[in-house]
Design a binder for this molecule. Structure first.
Ligand code: SF4
Length: 203
């Protein structure tokens, strides 16, 4: 039986996109660098140091991905994101579809795109390392797609199962607590999150 990665890889748009640029041309593209705040300015403010990448940078970086037949990057992702599918959606500028792919298995992609150690997880398995080249910047692309979704004003469609009447308490509102709460709510549970501090989010 075909797995989901193979099913999405064989979709017509993916096949066309893959053949639109040769692997050699893809391999010749250099990894994007994420812009950072200037240190002189950084010491005067509390703004985020890493600025994120632009649409053009994201599309170019997505083009570096070879859309592998057996994508080892996915095996390095603790939540099994269909990495080539979300990246190829960025390459064809379907940013909402890229964000939706992330949300299939990850509740907080904007957080994970910033704090996950991708160099030890998904990116450490990227085929481009075997080609003696930098890995595809999967983390930067994850952050890009999640931020794009958040800033777009577009409503997300979340699949909710019917309410089952069972109450669930979640103690602590850090990333894992919120992810769990979100997943349980989607499954129809009546969820309450308890937090000792004045703000949620694991501050
Ligand atoms: S291993 Fe690298 S090149 Fe292959 S699908 Fe994953 S991100 Fe793309």
């Amino acid at each position: 039986m075909e797995n989901n990665n193979n099913v999405s890889r064989n979709e017509e748009w993916r096949v066309e996109l893959r053949s639109s640029i040769s692997p050699k041309e893809r391999a010749a593209i250099e990894r994007v660098e994420m812009p950072q705040l200037d240190p002189a300015y950084r010491i005067t403010c509390n703004e985020e140091v890493n600025q994120g990448i632009t649409e053009e940078q994201a599309v170019r970086e997505a083009t570096r991905c070879l859309d592998c037949n057996n994508p080892q990057c996915v095996t390095g992702c603790p939540v099994g994101i269909d990495i080539p599918k979300f990246i190829k959606n960025i390459e064809r500028r379907h940013f909402a579809d890229a964000a939706a792919t992330l949300k299939e298995t990850s509740s907080l992609p904007a957080v994970c795109g910033r704090v996950c150690p991708q160099e030890k997880q998904c990116e450490s398995k990227c085929i481009r390392l075997k080609m003696k080249q930098p890995a595809v910047a999967i983390g930067y692309l994850e952050r890009f797609a999640a931020d794009w979704q958040r800033n777009s004003g577009e409503e997300e469609t979340v699949k909710m199962e019917p309410k089952n009447g069972i109450k669930v308490a979640v103690v602590g509102s850090g990333p894992s607590g919120l992810s769990f709460a979100g997943d349980m709510a989607k499954k129809g549970f009546d969820v309450t999150v308890f937090e000792a501090l004045h703000e949620i989010g694991g501050v």
